[in-house]
Design a protein around this ligand. Structure first.
Ligand SMILES: C[S@@+](CC[C@H](N)C(=O)[O-])C[C@H]1O[C@@H](n2cnc3c(N)ncnc32)[C@H](O)[C@@H]1O
Length: 239
């Protein structure tokens, strides 16, 4: 079974021999990949909706893995039981706000978890801020491209077992401290995409001269200057 680059980058952060929960599994490709490649010992695959869960069931049946992958319907971590003893929690392919809501509403289910593998489709800075506030540190960060789109993948662990402790006030949370420190080859492209989005938003804000629009322009300008500074720094390191 071959995964797309995004899903492959998610699966790559799962340590061998672990019990994995894949929250919002949809098609079920990650659980099947982890079992076929003998990475996970056991997988619990959950989804909040029955249609995607049925899709996961079909993938799992195709690979005769129904006795090795447990499927559950449920909202976020409420689908997990304390005796699941999950080592690795995957939450991928969702907006950052949904990911932080799922984690925040299931704090007690995270007690056994040693690795979080998070792949936010947006608001990755909010995800890193949540990790910092809740005393999770970074283990790794990666970027991966599919077509024009660049995806962020974040591996986190409890602060005592992570390689990089986060500061909730660090402006680099927006960009990814480990992506910056390793000058990830895709980081300049990601920053340029973000700068283009900010430029469009600034053009929109200039259409109005209300006080709110002016405040927004100042914020957008500050973010633009910060991202440009990071971009110049990264480009210089890569010369
Ligand atoms: C875009 S898909 C991502 C599927 C897969 N994880 C991936 O990365 O390709 C998002 C899935 O999350 C499920 N979902 C959304 N909110 C959820 C929640 N609160 N708890 C569990 N699953 C949820 C949706 O039903 C959908 O199947």
């Amino acid at each position: 079974m071959k995964l797309t680059p995004r899903l492959q980058a998610v699966a790559a952060l799962v340590p061998e021999g672990t019990v994995v929960a894949d929250i919002g599994t949809d098609h079920g490709y990650i659980p099947v990949y982890l079992m076929v490649n003998r990475i996970a010992r056991r997988v619990i695959a959950t989804d909040a909706n029955s249609f995607p869960l049925q899709s996961a069931r079909e993938t799992i049946n195709l690979f005769n893995l129904a006795d090795r992958i447990t499927l559950r319907l449920g909202d976020g971590l409420s689908a997990l039981a304390p005796d699941d003893e999950v080592d690795v929690l995957i939450v991928a392919g969702m907006g950052g706000n949904l990911i932080t809501r799922i984690l925040g509403q299931g704090l007690h289910q995270l007690e056994t978890v040693r690795n979080l593998v998070l792949q936010p489709m947006s608001q990755a800075g909010e995800v890193r801020r949540w990790l910092a506030v809740n005393r999770w540190g970074l283990i790794s960060e990666d970027l991966v491209q599919e077509g024009d789109r660049i995806y962020e993948v974040i591996g986190a662990g409890p602060e005592s077992q992570s390689t990089f402790n986060l500061d909730s006030q660090d402006p680099l949370l927006e960009v990814g401290p480990l992506l910056v420190s390793c000058c990830h080859p895709l980081l300049p492209d990601l920053l340029q995409q973000r700068l283009a989005t900010l430029a469009r938003a600034a053009a929109g804000a200039q259409q109005s001269d209300s006080r709110q629009a002016q405040q927004r322009q100042v914020l957008l300008q500050q973010r633009t200057e910060f991202l440009e500074e990071v971009l110049q720094w990264v480009l210089k390191q890569r010369e």
